[in-house]
Design a protein around this ligand. Structure first.
Ligand code: IMP
Ligand code: MG
Length: 181
């Protein structure tokens, strides 16, 4: 399918994404002067954001990856959190920054925060490319936010998927109605 048919509108252009990523990179560079950082990228959605953000970092840093699944939400208190791909490095006493694509209900992030607490990290912060605060059911917030969404759009591109598709788009767009099943 042509890229033009996937999205009903472009929400964040390539140029805007580039500005957003530069701004977050600068914030992190100034907040962590003299410190080392371990970035933990949450796969798959944050792979493009991670690659671009790391290019902006001027400090000593390391990158690790996790993949997690969440089933359910706060409306389903039996909701499950499964680590499908775990860390490769020891993060004890490290400055960890979690890189996530979207903070939606916050359920995934709440579980990740609990996971890192028991690892005894030195500091823990969250960088989220997209924040959907109106969707939040858990009491979590990101320290670095790329773009705050007010509307309840389902968005794809720049790593974000719908049924594992459309991650390759270089911009972030609103998924066309006719592609929702
Ligand atoms: P949460 O646990 O409800 O915060 O879920 C966050 C995850 O849901 C994100 O990491 C995304 O993978 C996914 N998600 C939420 N909204 C969207 C969207 O608009 N497009 C694509 N994925 C989304
Ligand atoms: Mg995700």
């Amino acid at each position: 399918m042509d890229n033009e048919q996937i999205c009903s509108k472009i929400l964040i252009t390539e140029e805007q994404i580039s500005e957003i990523v530069k701004r977050i990179g600068m914030q992190i560079n100034s907040d962590y002067v003299g410190e080392e950082i371990v970035f933990v990228s949450i796969l798959n959605g944050s792979f493009m954001f991670t690659a671009d953000l790391l290019k902006q970092i001027k400090l000593d840093c390391n990158i690790d990856f996790m993949q997690v699944s969440t089933y359910g939400s706060s409306t389903n208190t039996t909701g499950n959190f499964v680590v499908k791909k775990d860390l490769s490095f020891d993060v004890t006493e490290k400055n960890v920054i979690i890189i996530e694509d979207i903070l939606d209900t916050g359920y995934t992030m709440k579980n990740l925060i609990e996971y890192f607490k028991i690892k005894h990290v030195k500091t823990l912060r969250i960088a989220a490319l997209i924040d959907k605060p109106h969707r939040r059911t858990e009491d979590v917030k990101a320290d670095y936010v790329g773009y705050t969404m007010e509307n309840d759009y389902f968005i794809v591109g720049y790593g974000l998927d719908y049924a594992q598709k459309y991650r390759n788009l270089p911009y972030i767009g609103v998924l066309s109605e006719h592609l929702h099943s």
